[in-house]
Design a protein around this ligand. Structure first.
Ligand SMILES: NC(=O)C1=CN([C@@H]2O[C@H](COP(=O)(O)OP(=O)(O)OC[C@H]3O[C@@H](n4cnc5c(N)ncnc54)[C@H](OP(=O)(O)O)[C@@H]3O)[C@@H](O)[C@H]2O)C=CC1
Ligand SMILES: O=C(O)C(=O)Cc1c[nH]c2ccccc12
Length: 277
């Protein structure tokens, strides 16, 4: 929720995509914010002589770098607030033999629903929050998902003691040292989720919050995927060695057939490409 205008009281605890968009639109109206859509910043540089930032943009519908000058603009401003986050661009995993595969390969950013995967064998590559949530969605559409878990991962319940795990973690850190909060999170996770190492999900040595701070690796909040792994509706697989014609060879040498691959391999910041400092 954004400052000075919380969600309307009739919103559920986890609003839908549509509700969230409606909220953002009414927020912009209320505070007279006029967003400029379909405009991408191509460069931002501080002009010392002017004492202002020069921010160049181009119409993101036309594609960048056409060099035609159409749809390009320059803004001069005192301040630039960079709020493009760490998730601006997709990270696409390079996979040997990708040209041989022949089935659909989509990144989670283009994933809308599991409808088109009904009855299909789908390999989800990546075991962050996106990968885990996509697996659950695929199950509800009757697809047969497997998930690639190539490394250790911390899975925590989505909620603890009636509060969101994220909110509770942040609140506890105000009062307690991070290692103690990690111990607490792991103890509660053990009670709620149980041991997951027998499912192919082993925990890192460092605690979830300490690991996040040191490496940026985010804990996974379980929304029901662990139950689906336990019941066999989602299969856990090791890293990929190479792709073959509608099949995947894993690092343990096993080869399996798949109709489609969903890349849940995450995102990266694009700030270094346009912010000139
Ligand atoms: N409801 C929520 O709160 C949600 C939050 N998010 C957040 O959005 C951000 C992005 O999440 P997400 O899209 O999941 O991305 P993440 O960066 O969190 O996860 C990417 C995953 O892909 C794996 N991976 C990358 N390359 C390969 C490869 N070549 N082979 C196998 N695995 C690979 C990584 O494994 P490894 O660790 O081994 O590198 C990791 O498990 C996160 O902060 C996440 O918490 C996303 C969805 C829902
Ligand atoms: O990515 C998100 O939005 C999350 O809620 C996951 C998350 C990020 N940092 C955390 C710290 C404790 C628990 C969950 C998260």
């Amino acid at each position: 929720q954004l400052p000075l205008a919380p969600f309307p009281p009739h919103f559920p605890k986890y609003p839908s995509k549509r509700q969230f968009v409606t909220y953002l639109e009414s927020y912009a109206r209320k505070f007279h914010i006029r967003p400029r859509f379909n405009e991408a910043v191509t460069a931002a540089e501080y002009d010392k002589a002017l004492g202002l930032w020069r921010v160049n943009t181009s119409d993101s519908n036309l594609g960048l770098g056409l060099g035609l000058g159409c749809g390009e603009r320059e803004y001069l401003c005192r301040w630039v607030v960079v709020a493009t986050g760490e998730n601006a661009e997709v990270v696409v995993a390079e996979m040997e033999g990708a040209e041989e595969f022949g089935g659909a390969v989509v990144h989670t950013c283009g994933y809308k629903s599991g409808e088109m995967f009904r009855g299909k064998r789908v390999l989800v590559v990546g075991s962050g929050n996106s990968g885990m949530e996509v697996c659950l969605d695929l199950c509800s559409f009757g697809a047969k998902p497997s998930i690639v878990v190539r490394d250790t991962v911390h899975v925590l319940p989505q909620e603890m003691l009636g509060r969101s795990t994220f909110g509770l973690s942040m609140w506890l850190q105000k009062w307690l040292p991070i290692r103690l909060v990690d111990r607490f999170l792991l103890l509660l996770s053990w009670f709620v989720i149980g041991d997951t190492s027998n499912l192919g999900l082993t925990r890192p040595k460092l605690g979830p919050l300490e690991l996040k701070n040191l490496t940026g690796k985010t804990p996974v909040l379980d929304v029901g995927t662990i139950d689906k792994i336990r019941s066999g509706h989602v299969q856990v697989r090791p890293g990929i060695r190479r792709l073959k014609r509608l099949a995947v060879e894993f690092v343990n040498g096993r080869v399996e057939n798949y109709d489609a691959i969903i890349l849940a391999t995450g995102y990266k910041s694009n700030v270094p490409s346009w912010l000139k400092v």
